[in-house]
Design a protein around this ligand. Structure first.
Ligand code: ADP
Ligand code: MG
Length: 405
């Protein structure tokens, strides 16, 4: 996927852009509101006390600086531009600021932590059925599902050259599985909750950290397929970096079962919540927010979109994820590289550091300039020249963000 397929901005987006102003930007806007009366006051006092029209003019000229207004957007722009070139799309300065202050990281499992290309490892029919009969039934039922697990089942059937059977009344049950009519039989494929007749069948496969797809035909258990997904290789290192950045709370959110989740969570040293329906993920985000946390959520799928939008910063696995997730998120990774996640935290902090430096520098410069002008040490011509210096300082300081590593 290239950068051009990123959703384009539409006309009403001007208002949205307004709403997306960073808090520091709003601080600068408020500051500008006070600035004019203060300068007018200083100029008036200079004139009243010192009766010096030149010094008064110098005050007005040196104060005529636009650097306060530039301090934030220039830095944000530099960072967002530099990030885009490296495959990190950030949809606004507001999110850089929120990222710099985030303290909770929530992560979807399938497709986000894992490659999202599971493979069928075991095929276990009950009594009467054969292995290939079970696989044929499951693959036919999964024929129209978009879920990565469904794809795994179809691939397994194709590898054995099994034919697909006729499918009617296909229905997806989000976070649980699918139902369909295959060759006149009523088939359900999904987790234990969707297939209660599974009972404790195949618990030993689950202990191995595999995702189980139970197959039920006309209300009777027909067998089980086990799928295993591969962890993205760079995830452990990326999570270590995130932890070192001071993000203490990292939690895995998944619709998969308890054992798969716990095996993976233990390996990564994070907490987890399993058996979540898509709606529960957004609930987890809201619960943290209600406790006053700033929440970052990383996800890839259609079912993650609401939680991505609800989070203070939603990060979509752009290159691997769904368009809906990219649209809903605030940051999209256009390269399949988890190390971009700690990277975006670092970029955010660096950017906010530069913004603060810009603001302090401008404020100090203006105070000194005003004092010199009011006291008559700064003739208007020099004041005019001096007035553009902080802009250059801010440009120079912000340009550092263009050369990120
Ligand atoms: P995650 O939150 O890890 O991305 P999902 O919410 O997409 O996972 O799915 C949760 C669980 O629902 C899966 O682990 C699987 O047990 C079951 N499931 C979902 N879709 C299907 C399907 N098409 N076929 C079989 N099982 C499915
Ligand atoms: Mg997912």
């Amino acid at each position: 996927r290239d950068l051009h397929s990123f959703p384009t901005r539409r006309s009403s987006d001007l208002e949205e852009a307004e709403a997306h102003r960073a808090e520091v930007q709003r601080f600068a806007d408020r500051f500008s509101g006070y600035y004019l009366p203060v300068i007018a006051g200083v100029a008036a006092l200079t004139f009243l006390i010192r009766h010096d029209p030149l010094a008064t003019t110098a005050v007005l000229v040196v104060a005529c600086s636009c650097s306060i207004a530039l301090a934030t957007p220039i830095a944000m722009l530099a960072s967002i531009g530099a990030s885009a070139r490296r495959g990190l799309l950030i949809k606004g300065g507001k999110y850089l600021e929120a990222l710099a202050r985030a303290d909770v990281l929530l992560i979807d499992k399938t497709g986000t932590l894992t490659l999202g290309r599971p493979e069928i490892t075991d095929i276990v029919p009950v009594s009467k059925l054969s292995r290939s009969e079970l696989l044929t039934l499951a693959a036919s039922a999964e024929r129209f599902s978009e879920h990565p697990l469904a794809e795994a089942v179809r691939v397994a059937a194709e590898q054995e050259d099994l034919p697909f059977q006729e499918v009617k009344d296909f229905e997806a049950v989000p976070g649980m599985g699918i139902r369909a009519n295959v060759n006149g039989s009523f088939l359900v494929v999904g987790n234990r909750r969707l297939v209660p007749e599974a009972g404790a069948f195949a618990a030993e496969l689950e202990e191995e950290g595999k995702t189980l797809l139970f197959v039920s035909r006309n209300g009777e258990l027909a067998g089980v397929l086990a799928a295993a997904d591969t962890l993205r290789p760079e995830v452990p290192a990326a999570l270590d970096q995130v932890r070192n950045l001071g993000i203490k709370r990292i939690e895995l959110l998944t619709g998969d079962n308890e054992r798969v989740a716990s095996a993976l969570a233990q390996r990564l040293g994070v907490e987890f919540r399993a058996n979540l329906l898509p709606g529960h993920k957004i609930g987890a985000v809201r619960a943290y927010q209600a406790e006053g946390h700033r929440v970052v959520m990383v996800g890839d799928g259609v079912n993650d979109a609401p939680a991505l939008a609800q989070a203070d910063i939603g990060i979509a696995m752009g290159a691997a994820g769904s368009d809906i997730a990219i649209e809903a998120a605030h940051v999209a990774l256009m390269r399949e590289d988890w190390l971009l996640v700690p990277e975006v935290f670092r970029i955010a902090r660096r950017t906010l550091g530069v913004v603060k430096m810009n603001l302090v520098f401008t404020a100090l410069y203006n105070v000194v300039g005003l004092a010199l002008a009011a006291l008559g040490f700064l003739p208007p011509i020099l004041a005019a020249a001096a007035q553009s210096l902080p802009d250059l300082g801010i440009l120079g300081n912000s340009a550092r963000l263009l050369r990120q590593r």
